[in-house]
Ligand binder design. Sequence first.
Ligand SMILES: Cc1cc2nc3c(=O)[nH]c(=O)nc-3n(C[C@H](O)[C@H](O)[C@H](O)COP(=O)(O)O)c2cc1C
Ligand code: SF4
Length: 600
Amino acid sequence: MHTQPPAALDSILHQHGHQPTELLQILIDAQALEGWLPAPTLTDIARALQLPRARVEGVAGFYSFLHTRPAGRYRVLFSDNITDRMLGNAELMDALCRKLWIEPGKLSEDGLVSIATTSCTGLCDQGPAMLVNGRAISQLTHRRINEIAELIRQQRPLDAWPTEYFHIDDNIRRRDTLLSLTMKPGEALAAAIARGRDGWLAEMQASNLRGRGGAGFATAVKWASARNAAGDTKVIVCNADEGEPGTFKDRVLLNSFADLVFEGMTLAAWAVGASEGFLYLRGEYQYLRPQLEAVLARRRAAQLLGADVLGQTGFDFDIRIHLGAGAYVCGEESALIESLEGKRGTPRIRPPFPVTHGYLGRPTVVNNVETLAKTCLIALHGGEAFAATGTAQSAGTKLLSISGDCAAPGIYEYPFGVSIARVLEDCGASDTQAVQVGGASGMCLAAYEFQRRIAYEDVPTAGAFMIFDGTRDLFEVARSFVHFFAHESCGFCTPCRVGTALLKGFMDKLADGHGAQADLADIDWLDRLLKNASHCGLGSAAPNPVIDTLQKFRPAYERRLVSLDFEPAFDLDAALAEARQLTTRDDPGAHLQTHEEDTP
Ligand SMILES: Cc1cc2nc3c(=O)[nH]c(=O)nc-3n(C[C@H](O)[C@H](O)[C@H](O)COP(=O)(O)O)c2cc1C
Ligand code: SF4
């Protein structure tokens, strides 16, 4: 017998128009009802959307912020980027677990609370940080942890917790053209519309703007391809997944410059002839959603979104916000589109590329938050003025998210071409041993490289700039990134699924004191395998942190090697110690090595 879903779930399904493309959003909303997704809820959702139940379960199982088992009324996730670790997140998590009498990763016996770790939450400038039921709390201290333990014990609803816990600073330390831009909403759009679609695209071409999401693809080329692609409905997606460890500049743009971002999306829509827009907001930034919705509502009221934008007949464009749910791979544009369609975030086989076959097969432009915000400068001041700053191949400025060992972490905007040394000086770093530029998948620069420049042609970066002073162990830095990749691999292709796990195994083996020269050779082999055979950029970038640090900080690895030849990861003789104790046998025959040595 088919029963009706409970009223609350029915209302969620109704709000989302019973659309399968809304599956992820429905699951996120449904989880808010009880803090997890019980099996009957998944069945009800599958039935209501007329989807196979396995599809619904597959999606629910893919995203780390969705729980198909009870996870407690308070779900605490400690941010676990290397910068959080440097600021003592492990001790704080340990303290909270002890205070609440629970083990990490487990649900308390009374079902009240669970405590675990999650990948970088984009708060590296004010860590250590945590999410409680998805809401971000930064600048954790032992005092704050004690207070949080008490609030949980008293079962105080999150809304009654002190508001200052949820305060997130922008930490803008250096402004250049973008961060000092004051623009009335609609001003850039009016300028672009006045130029006509062709004129506006020509201005974009003249600007030489390249994507700020990492790959540095020419934005005008991407827009022109989508514009020329066949299809009546075209789509603009703003990629606000910002999952690269150490990156948090998009958080600041969305918090304090949302009009620039939405105006940039509308400028893209004008060039491309798009009518649909999505902001794909990472789950960690869900606290920004109400204020972003308010900005969208204000822009609709001002005719900057909706039908006939700015009175331009036939220019219809609106933007919806889609939430992610804790999957780094969804930042990859084709995985992001899958996720937008309500599926698991598995990267697509390309070609075809999103510009011709993207969201629901429609021509789709995916651009980073910063890329889109930058287009406002081009609309206002022209392409040539934009191209006049930066370097020949890297026009304009770049936002850097600076964290780690320095006096003033935060957001710094520089013209492209700035040297690493200058950035280090400005943020008050001293005794710097290394800088990881571009996040876990970027590059690790040693002191002899600090004259190199931030630019696509030298040191490209989506913005992460993590600083490590002389006290840090670069092996542990690389190991934390390798753990990150193994955790975030979507598992779709074997080289990455197995390769990242093996890489993690080798690094752990070295850390546990069982490393040998042979392991370093195997790491080299894995590097080639992952680079050449991975389906997407996650797998091919996964060995970068190890290969870079092995090359530049080899002693950090070599001091961990116990043998030049081969060493097993597991010490069998040591593992037998307990058995020997129980049997009170400790003669040479009870020892594996002694016994083998004695054998003629
Ligand atoms: C594993 C992976 C994660 C990514 N994460 C992001 C991200 O969080 N934000 C982003 O803008 N681009 C990310 N990218 C790059 C996107 O695929 C895409 O190139 C970018 O959104 C295009 O925008 P742009 O041209 O404005 O840079 C990621 C790529 C890979 C392979
Ligand atoms: S490389 Fe890794 S993340 Fe990318 S598709 Fe393959 S398994 Fe998934």
